[in-house]
Design a protein. Structure first.
Length: 365
């Protein structure tokens, strides 16, 4: 039993909830933004819970790698063309959100606060070379690069042993993580070099979970896990305890270097749990809006409406507040984006028919 599209979408729903918690509460210096009780050794308990949220990006990367390998691994046609359409759809979604919130910021008189700098800063953000407008946007550039590399990566993963790939990928991750955190290589003030090296480093810290997604699909690892552990009595309780242990372990070891490990373990444990419709439906709904929530949420709690988001004071209410406003915004964005998406899908479908050797050409062609 492999991961289904529905399970991947539910995972994305969980990942975006992790992201909101991480960004809101993974801070020890609260500055009165919200209530901190209960406290452990002077640190809010919610900090330790939110810390586990750094699994969010590795979960997205795993799901993307797994899904791309399943959908493209057996392709013999134009993988590059399909990936370019995939990137185009994401960029249109991104640009739509960018211009929408630029308009909102202009309307409420917070434009210079939310979108600092001049035309050069706009160009860098528009072209994914900078994320100065919204810190969460760094992942767009990395995802685009990974998608462009996917045809070559699939060939490599098919050709070489998974253990060897995992070792090399882990080494790349470690080196990239050290550079990202410690800035071992001093780049000075050379802006083009900084942009290029930053892209390489982010790619290096992201590729591990992406490659692990490939390996899971290639080796059918989840099917093996499911067949072995699904018959176990009290499986749901054991998996739930396992997830709680992961949270405790990360609370004791706070470095985000272990995020890919906690993410992969969480994915396996969470999917082994039998989930009722009452849990699947809301997570599936949130998962369907996860891309928009990811691209939107920082505008609400940092640059445009922080007082509104933190007004409830209690962490759970603050969290739900941010989720609610992000979802409302996502519904509005989708009302504009989905017609554009249908147009692109239609063009893509027509293009595939035009170039497919199995589609008969008109007699007068």
């Amino acid at each position: 039993m492999e991961f289904s599209k529905k399970e991947m979408k539910i995972l994305q729903g969980v990942a975006i909830l992790f992201m909101l918690a991480l960004h809101l509460f993974a801070r020890k210096d609260v500055n009165g933004l919200y209530e901190t009780f209960p406290v452990i050794n002077g640190v809010p308990l919610v900090y330790y819970l939110a810390l586990f949220g750094d699994a969010c990006v590795p979960i997205y990367l795993f799901a993307s790698g797994y899904g791309l390998y399943i959908s493209l691994g057996k392709e013999t046609g134009s993988i590059v063309k399909k990936n370019l359409f995939r990137i185009l759809k994401l960029l249109i979604n991104f640009w739509l959100i960018l211009f929408t919130f630029m308009g909102v910021a202009l309307f409420i008189g917070e434009f210079s606060e939310a979108f600092p700098g001049g035309l050069s800063d706009f160009f860098l953000n528009f072209t994914l070379l900078s994320n100065s407008y919204n810190g969460a946007w760094w992942y767009i550039q990395t995802y685009v690069i990974l998608v462009l590399l996917t045809p070559s990566l699939i060939k490599i993963v098919k050709r070489y042993p998974s253990i060897l790939l995992l070792m090399i990928s882990g080494l790349i991750y470690l080196i990239s993580y050290i550079q990202r955190i410690k800035n071992v290589i001093d780049l000075g003030d050379n802006q083009p070099l900084i942009i290029m090296v930053n892209a390489v480093v982010l790619l290096g810290t992201s590729q591990l979970a992406f490659i692990v997604g490939f390996i899971f699909a290639k080796e059918k690892l989840y099917s093996k896990l499911h067949n072995k552990f699904n018959p176990i009595h009290y499986k749901n309780i054991i998996c739930t305890v396992g997830i709680l242990l992961l949270v405790v372990i990360h609370a004791l070891y706070e470095s985000m270097i272990i995020a890919p490990i906690t993410a992969i373990c969480f994915i396996c444990l969470f999917n082994l749990i039998d989930k009722g419709v009452w849990l699947q439906k809301p997570l599936l709904f949130i998962g369907n809006h996860s891309t928009n929530i990811w691209l939107i949420h920082m505008f609400f709690y940092i640059s445009l409406f922080p007082d509104l988001i933190f007004a409830p004071k209690y962490p759970l209410l603050v969290f739900l507040n941010l989720l609610l406003f992000s979802l409302i915004s996502s519904v509005f964005i989708n009302a504009i984006y989905h017609p554009i998406l249908k147009f692109i899908d239609k063009k893509q479908h027509l293009g595939e028919e035009e170039y497919s050797p199995n589609v008969p050409k008109p007699i007068d062609a």
